[in-house]
Design a protein around this ligand. Sequence first.
Ligand code: ADP
Ligand code: MG
Length: 484
Amino acid sequence: MQWETVIGLEVHVQLATRSKIFSGASTAFGAEPNTQACAVDLGLPGVLPVLNEQAVAMAVQFGLAVHADIAEVSVFDRKNYFYPDLPKGYQTSQMYHPIVGPGEVEITLEDASTKRIRIHHAHLEEDAGKSLHEDFHGMTGIDLNRAGTPLLEIVSEPDMRSAKEAAAYLKAIHSIVTYLGISDGNMAEGSMRCDVNVSVRPKGQEAFGTRAEIKNVNSFRFVERAIAFEVERQIELIEDGGSVVQETRLFDPDRDETRSMRTKEEANDYRYFPCPDLLPVVLDQAYLDHLRGQLPELPADKRERFQNELGLSAYDANVISASRDMAEFFEAVHSECGDAKQAANWVQGELSGALNRESLSIANSPISARQLGELISRVLDDTINGKAAKEVFQALWNGQGESADEVIDAKGLKQVTDTGAIEAMIDQVIADSPAQVAQYRDSEPEKRGKMIGYFVGQVMKASRGTANPQQVNGLLKEKLDALL
Ligand code: ADP
Ligand code: MG
């Protein structure tokens, strides 16, 4: 039997407001427990929430970025449940009238093909606090700093058909929210996490299978691994004559498996009802137009422009546009050197490699876009060869010089293109290598091409790497063949 995987994601994005969604308490990460929770976040009697306008603006910007319908009127509902990290006894969320309606996101797969994933809706809600299980001698501590932090929950349609597509979707959402600057997108700190809904069905069957929901997965890699495990589990279960039950599961990265947490509660268990403390949110056209006018160029637009106007391959355009910082760095390098392909190669190759090795983000790159652009210009105008360029890169990276030109001068890396000078070095090498010359002369003509490498190496060494390699090659061949 052939099986098909069906996946839908609920992504929680922490919005980058400075204060909470209904109070003035700070949202900064990492403070001492319970130093950033005020009476509103605790839901003490008699307090009233006040909606943070910034959170609304951010939700709307996301909606506009995914071509969604924005609700003229949206309403906050109370989702009632008991949990120690929720002292109010309810979470303020949006159940029936979310702020962002249906939209869509384009994802790009590894082979650079694209697919559209529909978004069902996105709604605003508040985060809960956090239970702390260590340090309390078998009891549980509660940290309410996170209570009331604004979240945007983005719910997809079940449009994904593989773990790779789910990861690509999550990456696309990550790009959009970080481009917009509405979230720092830091998954390790929990600024973005998702619930993964997975089911399987026999290939060709129209009806969906029963799904399991894997809660709070917080990395791209874990999303893929959790889905891989879950798909195996469900197929095996069904093939053994059992059936999947709708339930909530947890992914355990250490054991690479998902485990049952609780069977799925029905929506009406929560007794949703409109929050009587908050007015409906009413947005007019002028406000939406104002926010639309502030949208930056988005990843999909950049990707297209990089391909169509700058001539980058689909692959390069996709990798570079995925991060706004990288895209902007690339554009600055390109505007300095004027060669998009070279700029893309250096940013994705030498620069990304060096950044990865030292765990640095491109925003903290020790070498600036301007320095890199100038370095590339010196390769393009033949001032230095490719080997010297790597040396200049390393020197600039280490702060040994302000500009490529300065390093080239200081290290004497200027490429030797003077034919006379190169010929003199070649003559010397030939004179110093009688054995190799004899070998060259005595070998089959078709093998000589390969043997020339030895002489090129010697000449490059004699020039301390600065000779123009194409010239060396051409001249060497002439001189050696003249000896035949
Ligand atoms: P709930 O609110 O109870 O979690 P929803 O119907 O709103 O349920 O769906 C939540 C998520 O589950 C959505 O992202 C949706 O795409 C996904 N989903 C729904 N049915 C399936 C299914 N059969 N297989 C996989 N994902 C599904
Ligand atoms: Mg859900």
